[in-house]
Design a protein around this ligand. Sequence first.
Ligand SMILES: NC(=O)c1ccc[n+]([C@@H]2O[C@H](COP(=O)([O-])OP(=O)(O)OC[C@H]3O[C@@H](n4cnc5c(N)ncnc54)[C@H](O)[C@@H]3O)[C@@H](O)[C@H]2O)c1
Length: 258
Amino acid sequence: MDLKRVALVTGGAGALGRGIAARLQKDGCRIVLADINATACEAAAKELEGDAFGVEMDVTSASSVEAAIARVLERCGRIDILVNNAGVLVKEDHAAMDEATFDRIVRINLKGPFLVARAVIPTMKAQRSGRLVAITSRNKLAGSMPAYAASKAGLDALTVSWARELGEWNITANAVAPSSIAVTPGLDILNRTPEQQLVSNRLSISRTPIQRLATREDIAGAVAYFASEEAGFVTGETLYVAGGSQLAPVARYASDPQ
Ligand SMILES: NC(=O)c1ccc[n+]([C@@H]2O[C@H](COP(=O)([O-])OP(=O)(O)OC[C@H]3O[C@@H](n4cnc5c(N)ncnc54)[C@H](O)[C@@H]3O)[C@@H](O)[C@H]2O)c1
């Protein structure tokens, strides 16, 4: 049986997932990275060194999720922290969006966390302790990417339900809602040129009281707090780590009408 707290980070091969994992490892956790991209996930786990390891998991598939969780339990014997971080950001065609794009975003960003939590909760109940942390987005306030915003709002709502339902097992559920994070592949998915990215970043910064973009460390710090022992009486919260930009939510793209 593992004596360290075991932290499972989905989307663990991605920019933010790796940052969160590094922070939780520094805090003494054993890290498991889960990602649909098995090769990148293994490589990310090697970068972390120590006893971190990667598992292949497609968060949209119940059988893939259950098989991955079984492998984690076989190796670690417990799961103390689940960070539901896997998510996609796709350039959306607003109201004219095709159904397949809408479904894909909601399947990965909303149904995925539900499937992973559903697979992990019985273990946390048996342990009579657990921490669920979801990565949502400040964008749910700003809109401009309708399916993305709706998926993240849904995940905040799921978090509240988990908090209500699971408190008696000493399981907390909270969400961290970032604004744009500096230089992550997540932003590249929008297919912007470096020049467009610069314009977009400048615009975001000008609308952020703390005049900069978020860093991975900003977000990882908030996750580490919710995951910590000292946050045991904090549940059902969404914490904006957004430099104050959540106070005056605005459209995300430079080209959007103001
Ligand atoms: N980057 C930002 O500015 C930003 C801002 C707010 C919120 N977020 C949220 O942070 C999270 C991480 O974003 P990121 O910037 O690190 O993106 P990223 O693209 O670098 O990482 C996302 C990871 O999720 C994985 N993934 C995709 N589909 C999957 C699936 N079906 N099953 C398992 N894994 C899957 C990808 O392989 C990738 O490794 C996302 O939920 C995103 O919505 C990002």
